[in-house]
Design a binder for this molecule. Structure first.
Ligand SMILES: *[C@@H]1O[C@H](CO)[C@@H](O)[C@H](O)[C@H]1NC(C)=O
Ligand SMILES: *[C@@H]1O[C@H](CO)[C@@H](O)[C@H](O)[C@H]1NC(C)=O
Ligand SMILES: *[C@@H]1O[C@H](CO)[C@@H](O)[C@H](O)[C@H]1NC(C)=O
Ligand SMILES: *[C@@H]1O[C@H](CO)[C@@H](O)[C@H](O)[C@H]1NC(C)=O
Ligand SMILES: *[C@@H]1O[C@H](CO)[C@@H](O)[C@H](O)[C@H]1NC(C)=O
Ligand SMILES: *[C@@H]1O[C@H](CO)[C@@H](O)[C@H](O)[C@H]1NC(C)=O
Length: 478
């Protein structure tokens, strides 16, 4: 997606280079349309539109780009700041229909713009791309959305649109990017999406879509990104997903109700970077052939019903994140291929049936882990050796194990932010160095003595057999 944003900005810059703004008059219709848009904005606390004044050429206004110093061709209002104080409130004036030469409309993160899908878009014959991301537009998507037939990109991500995806979307045959993510859309995926042969990114995540994923992917030979996460899709993966093998890089289907086994054809996905099937009901063993995915960087299969054995992966580049937590794995130890993988930033193997001494785990290349989660296993020993080697570690979670070591002797590095050792057999005193952490949980261990002064609540220390005392727990006796 970011590459598409980049593309847009390159296009915008290109226009700027081709059309240096000479002292120009913008077309009166365009100026009137833009000023009407400005007057529909009721709040602009940080002055995003402050350069839009009728005594200067509209071609020089922030976000406005003209061709031949005359007609406005692109309008870009992109609030990159996450700062809550920077936003636009109001509605989008239909007078923008006066911008008859408009090719691109980009409204990103305006946050507090309300109203329905802007129908004036249907009156703009040259429109090629529309970004209406992260505002509060609502109501249905127009049934005749398919008549915006010149569009090659359409995103309405992060609004509050309701109702079904209009069937006419199948007429947007020039589309290569469609993002309807983060809305309240219902119903099923229209079969006609299979007509959109130029599609490279299809994002329908974070909606209330349901039904099975239709078997429509055979013609979509250019698809690089398929994101259907966080909906209510059920059933098995349709066989035509197999035809995406040469190009697909991101397959993200997490948090649905998908079932069946993980298909072995995935091993042919030579370009696959990210495979996220987490929080579904996939079952059975993961096909051994997945070890052929030598380019994969992110694998998330957590929260499914998968069983042993997990294939020995053979990644040539570096794997960056791996999450196999909460399945039915009984791995016994951390697999050797993981231990020898050169660059793994985030490793989550919670509830994987690991029974080992943590001291015996010696990753081949040290100092690269940022996050490790080994919760809910049968792990003994101490994280002391690991902490000595992994200076980048920011998060370590190992709740619900049998770690047994003297907490006072654990050296906590400056980089560590989150430490969850709850429900273990940790003993000794709590050292004052824990106050440097952002999140801590030492509840339900065998800790003892007076607590140092820290910012953490009582729940972070509860259940230590009444031996731990002092604020925020009960005062120490005597
Ligand atoms: C420009 O806007 C001001 C204030 O909105 C208005 O008073 C003035 O008449 C406008 N000038 C022109 C040339 O439209
Ligand atoms: C903007 O929207 C946020 C919620 O997204 C809300 O808290 C805030 O009050 C709104 N501000 C205005 C001026 O509408
Ligand atoms: C697609 O466009 C054609 C021609 O304009 C029209 O006949 C057809 O009804 C449209 N399809 C949908 C699903 O709207
Ligand atoms: C998920 O699918 C199972 C059958 O595979 C069904 O029993 C269950 O009700 C579904 N859950 C939801 C939330 O749709
Ligand atoms: C894997 O997915 C789950 C749920 O979708 C999420 O909570 C978890 O953070 C993901 N793991 C990684 C390593 O990103
Ligand atoms: C600490 O962990 C326990 C048990 O794992 C959990 O019930 C509790 O909510 C956690 N407390 C905090 C502050 O994270």
């Amino acid at each position: 997606m970011n590459s598409f944003h980049l593309l847009i900005f390159s296009v915008v810059i290109l226009f700027r280079c081709l059309n240096p703004t000479r002292a120009a008059n913008c077309n009166p219709d365009d100026e009137a349309g833009l000023l009407a848009f400005k007057s529909g904005i009721t709040k602009d606390p940080s002055g995003i539109l402050s350069s839009w004044k009728n005594d200067t050429s509209c071609c020089s206004w922030d976000g406005v780009n003209c061709r031949n110093n005359d007609r406005v061709v692109t309008l870009t209002v992109n609030i990159e700041s996450v700062d809550a104080g920077i936003f636009l409130a109001g509605t989008i004036s239909p007078s923008l229909a006066k911008l008859q030469h408009l090719e691109g409309l980009v409204f990103i993160n305006l946050k507090n713009i309300t109203g329905p899908f802007p129908r004036f878009l249907f009156r703009l014959p040259r429109l090629e791309y529309v970004y209406l991301e992260n505002s509060r537009l609502s109501g249905p998507l127009p049934v005749n959305i398919g008549s915006l037939s010149h569009l090659d990109m359409l995103t309405v991500k992060g609004n509050q649109f309701t109702g079904p995806i209009p069937k006419s979307i199948s007429n947007l045959t020039r589309l290569n990017y469609l993002n309807l993510g983060g809305n309240l859309l219902t119903g099923t995926i229209p079969l006609g999406i299979g007509n959109l042969k130029l599609m490279s990114n299809l994002n329908l995540d974070d909606n209330r879509l349901s039904g099975t994923i239709p078997n429509i992917f055979k013609p979509l030979t250019k698809l690089r990104v398929l994101t259907l996460s966080r909906n209510g899709f059920s059933g098995t993966l349709p066989p035509s997903i197999a035809s995406l093998a040469p190009v697909l890089a991101f397959l993200e289907l997490s948090q649905n109700n998908l079932s069946g086994s993980i298909p072995s054809y995935l091993s042919r996905f030579k370009s696959l970077d990210t495979l996220d099937l987490s929080k579904n009901r996939f079952s059975g063993a993961v096909p051994k052939s997945l070890s052929k995915l030598t380019k994969i960087a992110n694998i998330n299969l957590s929260h499914n019903l998968l069983t042993d054995p997990f294939p020995v992966m053979n990644v040539k580049d570096d794997i960056l994140t791996l999450d196999l937590s909460y399945n039915k794995f009984q791995m016994k130890k951390i697999p050797d291929w993981i231990t020898s993988t050169s660059l793994l930033y985030s490793l989550k193997l919670a509830n994987c049936g690991i029974k080992m001494r943590l001291d015996d785990w010696k990753p081949t290349r040290t100092d690269h882990y940022v996050s490790i989660d080994l919760s809910e296993n049968d792990i003994r020993g101490s994280p002391a050796t690991l902490f000595k080697e992994e200076h980048q570690l920011r998060e370590f979670r190992a709740s619900g194990n049998k770690l047994r070591f003297d907490m006072e002797k654990l050296s906590i590095s400056k980089s560590l932010e989150t430490l969850d050792l709850s429900r273990n057999l940790v003993f000794g005193k709590v050292p004052v160095t824990v106050d440097g952490l952002k999140r801590l949980n030492l509840s339900q261990n065998h800790l003892c003595g007076k607590l140092p002064v820290t910012k953490f609540p009582a729940s972070a220390f509860a259940g230590n057999k009444d031996c731990l005392c002092g604020y925020p727990l009960a005062p120490c006796k005597g």
